[in-house]
Write a protein that binds this ligand. Structure first.
Ligand SMILES: Cc1cc2nc3c(=O)[nH]c(=O)nc-3n(C[C@H](O)[C@H](O)[C@H](O)COP(=O)(O)OP(=O)(O)OC[C@H]3O[C@@H](n4cnc5c(N)ncnc54)[C@H](O)[C@@H]3O)c2cc1C
Length: 448
């Protein structure tokens, strides 16, 4: 039996993959619902309309996800859309979906545009990411794309993604991002194919939970694990509300700073090891439910530094609005370091500030267009992997027998997304299963 802390996509995929391999599981989730960051939000004021709390695209090239959809009977539910991307630059919106549109982007001269195209091609040819690990991303991009393109294209994107400070970020970041997104292009290279499930990732979450339960797995909601009990170097139990639940194997899927808080003093060395690389960016995200379409773009990247949010993500240019009550969904995310004033800003102020800037971009947006607003805040979203920090990534195993860590902070050099999380969960399940089959003296292994 393995106890898994966290009922997000990682914990559930891990539980499903373990149960497939014959290991019984118990999932512990502190929230009343499953899904974590991929969960839903409900608008009672709009007749109970539900949508994703945050935007979550699935790419047509996501192989592990497609395999999961097949196994869980969800493939036929997928809908495909050719989405568009734009750039907001100096008060004007430029379409940037096709190579031709990229080549027409006004701030760039012909030579810059050619170098930008070369950067994308060069990225796709790199197979050994380790050569990029020690190079600061801006330095590498300047070498490939030139100073002007970095100033007008890359730097604004990086600033937005890393809350202003990307000086410690290695070139692997942009390599991973470009390889993933250019994988989704249609054959002519002109359109980005994305897909979605009509009820969002929740459909996958629900199908995983159903499969886990069907095979005898347990899922406990509304249950916060307070501490992991450790005796003589072995896991002996989980502490919930002062009660100990005996167990011998625990995998924590919550983000590392949360995971560290679950360790007792007997695991101080592990906590210290995990603390060497546990930086995560958070997010604040204003979700607008609109009565009309705002843009034709799924993603509108913003190169104007005065605008605080990272982009304008209009998910109903991917999802058919019929699945969200006929409304149009616009997400305004901002990645935030713990010290960012936006992370601490009160909801009212955040709403006013973000809406003020959105109206500067879209002066025809009227109050009557806005049906509802919801503000989301998350402290741990994007793991930061600074230059040369690969060796500090905490391993799956620890010196405590039966204590394991499997979270998004260990996913590298891939970026964190549904595909990489599920692929990672599958590989962790394979490693745990073979470890348990080999057997350690204290391991209680239950075969289904
Ligand atoms: C705005 C935004 C946009 C995103 N866009 C995309 C996208 O387009 N495509 C994509 O694929 N991904 C996207 N992501 C990333 C994606 O949401 C995450 O990578 C993924 O959901 C992480 O899943 P997880 O299970 O690792 O973590 P989480 O979803 O955080 O799950 C961890 C779970 O552990 C639970 N937990 C924590 N502590 C305890 C405890 N002590 N006891 C019990 N339970 C506990 C939490 O309640 C939570 O449910 C986005 C994320 C955000 C916020």
């Amino acid at each position: 039996m393995i106890d898994i802390i966290g009922g997000g996509i990682l914990g559930l995929t891990l539980a499903y993959e373990l149960i497939k391999r014959g290991t019984s599981v118990r999932v512990w989730e502190r929230a009343p619902t499953l899904g974590g960051l991929m969960g839903r939000t409900r608008f009672n004021e709009l007749g109970g309309m539900e949508c994703d709390r945050y935007y979550h695209a699935i790419l047509s090239s996501d192989r592990t996800l497609m395999g999961l959809f097949d196994e869980l009977g969800l493939r036929h539910r997928l809908r495909y859309t050719a989405t568009k991307m734009g750039f907001y630059h100096n008060g004007t919106i430029y379409p940037m979906s096709t190579p031709l549109e990229f080549l027409r982007f006004p701030p760039l001269r012909l030579i810059d545009r050619l170098r930008l195209a070369y950067t994308i091609l060069a990225c796709r040819r790199i197979t050994d990411w380790r050569q990029l690990e020690q190079i600061p991303v801006a330095e590498w991009l300047t070498r490939l794309s030139g100073e002007r393109t970095v100033r007008h294209v890359w730097a604004p994107l990086l600033r937005a993604k890393f809350d202003g400070d990307y000086s410690r970020i290695p070139a692997t970041y942009i390599w991973s991002r470009l390889v993933r997104t250019t994988d989704t292009r249609t054959k002519g290279g002109s359109q980005e194919l994305m897909c979605y499930l009509p009820n969002g990732y929740q459909e996958l979450i629900d199908a995983l939970a159903a499969a886990i339960r069907q095979h005898g797995g347990q899922i406990e909601l509304n249950t916060t694990i307070d501490t992991i009990q450790i005796v003589d170097g072995h896991v002996s139990g989980l502490v919930v509300n002062g009660y100990e639940i005996p167990t011998t194997n625990v995998v924590i899927t919550a983000q590392t700073p949360i995971a560290r808080r679950l360790l007792p003093s007997a695991a101080a060395a592990v906590a210290q090891r995990w603390g060497q690389l546990d930086e995560f960016l958070g997010i604040v995200c204003v979700l607008l439910v609109l009565r009309r379409r705002l843009t034709p773009y799924y993603t509108l990247n913003i190169t104007d530094e005065r605008i605080p949010f990272t982009g304008v993500i209009e998910t109903t240019n991917l999802i058919n609005p019929q699945y969200v009550g006929g409304y149009h969904l616009v997400y305004l995310p901002k990645y935030v370091a713990a010290t960012s004033p936006f992370a601490r800003m009160a909801d009212d102020e955040l709403r006013t500030v973000f809406l003020g800037y959105l109206r500067q971009m879209f002066p025809d947006l009227r109050d009557e267009d806005i049906a509802a607003i919801r503000i989301g805040r998350e402290r741990y979203v994007e793991p930061i992997h600074p230059i040369g920090a690969t060796n500090l990534i905490p391993p799956l195993t620890t010196e405590i027998d039966g204590l394991f860590l499997a979270n998004t902070g260990q996913i590298y050099p891939q970026l964190t997304n549904g595909e990489s999380v599920c692929t990672f969960a599958r590989s962790v399940a394979a490693r745990l299963s073979s470890r348990l089959v080999q057997g350690t003296p204290s391991t209680l292994l239950t075969r289904m």
